[in-house]
Write a protein that binds this ligand. Structure first.
Ligand SMILES: *Cc1c(COP(=O)(O)O)cnc(C)c1O
Length: 388
């Protein structure tokens, strides 16, 4: 069958391939330690599930507005104002099928053939694929440990061209766990305003921060940057609601209107009763978010200490999300070979950095229990020693 040309430019997800292999080994009864998860390992908090169950009982089972339940759009606008200092109304918000879908809607509404979108690497692997599917050009800007895997304002200024439409900012970052400082965010905002381009801030990990790191939403730094900012966020990571598929995009009303129009012809509204769970997530106590964060914080300390005690690996300290991104270059292995050998010889699943355009690194998720972390790190240490 002759498929559409756009398909030949999209790569299948490497993350999913390794995770699937690990799962198949587990199903065969093999004792696999998996650090491949891109999602919290906790159940969704009970009060959120109860709110969705109540909505289901009450018959909230019909089509709703494509843009989302009015009450949820309002709750999100309120959250963005009170938590992030962003002055949005409900009309500035669309509820989407997850943060991934919000970014996809954005690319379809904004990007035309010839438009350039600047993406610092290591990046979340869906960004460039979404830009390509929308017909745009992903401009990948490599970064390394010397700048904490972050793009500097100077570098951003250098790579902007007359064709640049959008910059993608992801802090805290998947896969590196790095967090841009408030000063860095301010300097990046200035570059964006000066060049008169747009920025989308993917803030899905904003609540998962450690050691006093703070999250500054770039659009909160003044009216000039606010007008050029689009926010992508969702419930998946902060509330352990990955399977619920509820996210949102917020930005200038005309842009949001365009994404509503796209959504009305593609997915229509997000699952109606799931949206009632999301309302409860925002309107109830935020203690559940902090409890999960504290559990991540403990695991982070253990994993970071263990990783840096392995000679042959070095790992920068991540201030957010639930990932470690150690450098494996001393082993002489490329990331895919490293991951395949580690899984086959020691039954440990990690994600190769090549998936995020960083072939000298691997990604370990610590969204797993402490016993797995201890056992898996023992095995990883043996593997690295065997390769030095
Ligand atoms: C998980 C994730 C998302 C969104 O996930 P959804 O499940 O679609 O809400 C967005 N960006 C990054 C960087 C992520 O890791």
């Amino acid at each position: 069958m002759k498929l559409a040309g756009r398909i030949s430019q999209v790569k299948p997800s490497l993350t999913l391939a390794i995770a699937a292999k690990a799962k198949a080994m587990k199903a065969d009864g093999i004792d696999v330690c998996s650090f491949s998860a891109g999602e919290p390992d906790f159940d969704t908090p009970a009060h959120i599930k109860a709110a969705a169950a109540k909505a289901l009982d009450e018959g909230k089972t019909k089509y709703g507005p494509a843009a989302g339940e009015p009450k949820l759009r309002e709750a999100i606008a309120h959250k963005l104002k009170s938590n992030n200092g962003l002055d949005y109304q409900a009309e500035n918000v669309i509820v989407t099928n997850g943060g991934k879908h919000s970014l996809f809607n954005l690319m379809l509404a904004l990007i035309e053939p010839g438009d350039e979108v600047i993406i610092p690497a290591p990046y979340w692997l869906s960004y460039p694929e979404m830009v390509t599917l929308a017909g745009g050009k992903a401009v990948i800007v490599p970064t390394d440990a010397s700048t904490g895997y972050k793009i500097t304002p100077e570098r951003l200024r250098q790579v902007i061209t007359p064709k640049t439409k959008l910059f993608i900012l992801n802090s805290p970052s998947n896969p590196t766990g790095m967090v841009y400082s408030p000063e860095a965010i301010k300097a990046i905002a200035q570059v964006i305003v000066d060049a008169d381009i747009l920025v989308v801030s993917d803030e899905i990990y904003e609540k998962i921060l450690y050691d006093g790191a703070t999250h500054v939403s770039i659009g909160s730094l003044g009216s000039e940057i606010f007008q050029r900012t689009i926010i992508s966020n969702g419930f998946a990571k902060a509330y352990s609601m990955t399977g619920w598929r509820v996210g949102y995009l917020a930005g200038p009303a005309d842009l949001i209107k365009a994404t509503i129009s796209i959504q009305s012809h593609s997915t229509s509204n997000v699952c109606t009763f799931a949206q009632y769970g999301a309302i409860a997530a925002l309107e109830s106590s935020q203690d559940c978010v902090e409890e999960m964060r504290q559990a991540f914080a403990k695991r982070r300390q253990v994993m970071l200490a263990r990783l840096n005690a392995i000679s042959g690996l070095s790992c920068a300290k991540p201030d957010g999300a639930f990932y470690m991104f150690p450098d494996i270059s001393q082993t002489g292995l490329k990331s895919m070979d490293f991951c395949n050998a580690l899984l086959e010889e020691h039954q440990v699943a990690v994600i190769p950095g090549i998936a995020f355009a960083a072939d000298n690194n691997i990604r370990l998720s610590y969204a797993t229990d402490m016993a797995t972390i201890e056992k898996g790190l023992d095995r990883l240490e043996k593997f690295v020693q065997s390769r030095l």
